[in-house]
Design a protein around this ligand. Structure first.
Ligand code: PMP
Length: 448
C-alpha cells in the first residue's frame, strides 16, 4: 500500500489493520472514502473534519447529506445534552416526539399524519408496505438505477451494469446483490426516468397489481437531474386515474425547499419517506402522508393492516436533535444555503471553462453533482460511468481528498451544510480547478 506524497495517514493505516480483524472491510459502511484504506476521524466541527493523523478537511459530504448544519452545531449539542439527562429511550411516548411531529406536519400540508423510524431505508420500506396494505396489491414501480436504501424491493436495478439493463422499453428488474432472492424481481417494475411513453406503457401493463409508484424527485444515482415536470405530471395523472399511490422518497431531497423538493412541482404525493437532515445528526426516518393511508399503522384499529414498530423509533434524543435542527432550518436558512450552493456552482462553472474540460453540473438547491461529459444526463443510462471513466473520477476524488483536503461524495457530489461560507466555496472551486488541470487529458479522453 503506497503512501501518497506528503500525506500522513499512518495512524489511519494502523487502525485499519486493527479494525479489519473485527470489522469486515475495516468500517461498517461500503460507501465512504476508502482509498487506499478507510480513514478514521478524531473530531469534527462545523464544516471541518480532522482525522486521527491530524489532517483537517472541508466536508462537502456532510455524512451523506444528513448534517444540514454541519458537525456538532452548538444549539443541537446543548438540546441533546439536556435531553440525555432525562433518558435516551423509553418504552413510552414523549412530548418531544409530538412536538417534532407537529413541526413537520405544519411544514407540509400533505403530511396529515407522520410516524418516525430509524433510517431512510426503514422509512421507504414502511411506506411501501403501507401502500401494499392500503391497496391490497403487491407490486411497486421504481426508476431504473434509483437508490432508495437497502430494502430488497427498493434495491432492484440499483447500480445495474449495462449487460443487465435489458430493453429500454422494459428495463430488467435486476437484484443489486446476491443477497436478494429472485422472487423479489417479479414484484418490481423498473421504468426509465423522464421517459413518459415507455413509463406509462409499463405502468399500464401492470395496473391491476401495482400498489405504488416510488419516485425520488432529484434522484442522486439516476444523475441528480431533477425529474421533468411533464414526466411527473404524466405519472401523477396516471396514478389518479388508476387508484395507484404515488409515493416520494425525499430522504435526501427534503432539504431542497422549506417543504421538500415536492414543492417544486404541481403534484401532491400520497406518502413521503423522510430521513437524513430531519435527524439533526442522529439516525432517523419518517413516513408522512394522507391520514386515510397512514391509518394502516393505527394500533387502535380492530385489525391493524400493517404492524409498525422499532425499538428506537422516535427516541427522544433523535426527536430533540431533529426538532432543533429543523427549527434552525427555517425559510431564511433554506434560502441562504441554496444561494451559497448557487454561488459555488457558478464558480465551479467558471473553473470548468477556465480549465477547458467537458464537465457538467446537475442538482437542485443545496445539492449538486459533477459529470465528466458534454451534456447533462437525464436518466440512469446516460449517467452510468463506464470503468475507464470511473477510474478518472476516482483519481480525481483521491487527489481532492489527499492533496486538497476536501471530502466529496463518491459520485462526485456535494451536499452543502448551512456552515459553508464563501471561504469554503472558494477553496472548493480553486481545488476543482487544480484537479481539472491535472487530469485534463484523461477527462477529455473519456468524456462522452
Ligand atoms: N433514499 C435515498 C434517496 C437515499 O439517498 C438514502 C441514503 N443515501 C436512503 C433512502 C436510505 O437512507 P438510510 O441510509 O438512512 O437508510
Amino acid at each position: 500500500m503506497k503512501n501518497a506524497d506528503n500525506v500522513n495517514y499512518k495512524s489511519s493505516l494502523k487502525l485499519y489493520k486493527r479494525a479489519k480483524k473485527v470489522i469486515t472491510g475495516g468500517v461498517s459502511r461500503n460507501t465512504i472514502f476508502r482509498r487506499p484504506h478507510p480513514f478514521y476521524v478524531a473530531q469534527a466541527k462545523g464544516s471541518y473534519v480532522t482525522d486521527i493523523d491530524g489532517n483537517t478537511r472541508i466536508d462537502f459530504a456532510n455524512n451523506m447529506a444528513s448534517l444540514i448544519h454541519g458537525h456538532s452545531h452548538p444549539v443541537i449539542v446543548d438540546a441533546v445534552t439536556e435531553q440525555m439527562q432525562n433518558g435516551t429511550a423509553y418504552t413510552l411516548g414523549s412530548e418531544v416526539e409530538v412536538e417534532f411531529g407537529e413541526l413537520l406536519v405544519e411544514r407540509n400540508k400533505e403530511f396529515e399524519k407522520i410516524r418516525f423510524v430509524n433510517s431512510g431505508t426503514e422509512a421507504v420500506m414502511s411506506m411501501i408496505k403501507a401502500a401494499r396494505a392500503y391497496t391490497g396489491r403487491p407490486k411497486i414501480a421504481k426508476a431504473e438505477g434509483a437508490y432508495h436504501g437497502t430494502y430488497d424491493f427498493a434495491e432492484i436495478s440499483q447500480i445495474a451494469e449495462p449487460q443487465n439493463w435489458g430493453d429500454i422499453n422494459k428495463p430488467n428488474s435486476v437484484p443489486v446483490t446476491y443477497g436478494t432472492p429472485d422472487s423479489v424481481k417479479k414484484d418490481v417494475i423498473v421504468f426509465p426516468y423522464n421517459d413518459i411513453e415507455r413509463t406509462i406503457n409499463l405502468l399500464e401493463a401492470n395496473k391491476n397489481e401495482l400498489a405504488c409508484v416510488l419516485i425520488d424527485p432529484v434522484s442522486h444515482r439516476v444523475g441528480m437531474y431533477p425529474i421533468e415536470e411533464k414526466f411527473l405530471l404524466a405519472i401523477y395523472n396516471w396514478t389518479r386515474k388508476n387508484k395507484v399511490l404515488l409515493v416520494f422518497d425525499e430522504v435526501v431531497t427534503y432539504r431542497v425547499t422549506y417543504s421538500g423538493a415536492q414543492h417544486l412541482y404541481p403534484v401532491k404525493p400520497d406518502m413521503t419517506a423522510l430521513g437524513k437532515i430531519i435527524g439533526g445528526g442522529f439516525p432517523v426516518g419518517a413516513i408522512a402522508g394522507a391520514a386515510k393511508i397512514m391509518s394502516v399503522f393505527d394500533p387502535s384499529r380492530k385489525v391493524i393492516k400493517q404492524p409498525h414498530s422499532g425499538t428506537f423509533s422516535a427516541n427522544p434524543v433523535t426527536m430533540i436533535a431533529g426538532k432543533t435542527a429543523m427549527q434552525l432550518y427555517n425559510r431564511q436558512a433554506v434560502d441562504k444555503i441554496n444561494k451559497m450552493a448557487a454561488i459555488a456552482k457558478k464558480q465551479i462553472q467558471e473553473a470548468i471553462q477556465l480549465a477547458g474540460v467537458p464537465v457538467v453540473i446537475t442538482g437542485a438547491g443545496s445539492m449538486f453533482r459533477l459529470h465528466f461529459r458534454h451534456k447533462q444526463p437525464r436518466n440512469y443510462r446516460e449517467t452510468y460511468q463506464a470503468p475507464e471513466e470511473r477510474k478518472v473520477i476516482v483519481d480525481l476524488l483521491d487527489y481532492l481528498f489527499l492533496h486538497e483536503n476536501l471530502i466529496l461524495i463518491n459520485t462526485f457530489a456535494c451536499m452543502f451544510a448551512t456552515t459553508i461560507t464563501q471561504v469554503e466555496v472558494d477553496r472548493l472551486s480553486q481545488s476543482l480547478y487544480n484537479g481539472f488541470k491535472k487530469y485534463k487529458a484523461e477527462i477529455h479522453q473519456f468524456a462522452k
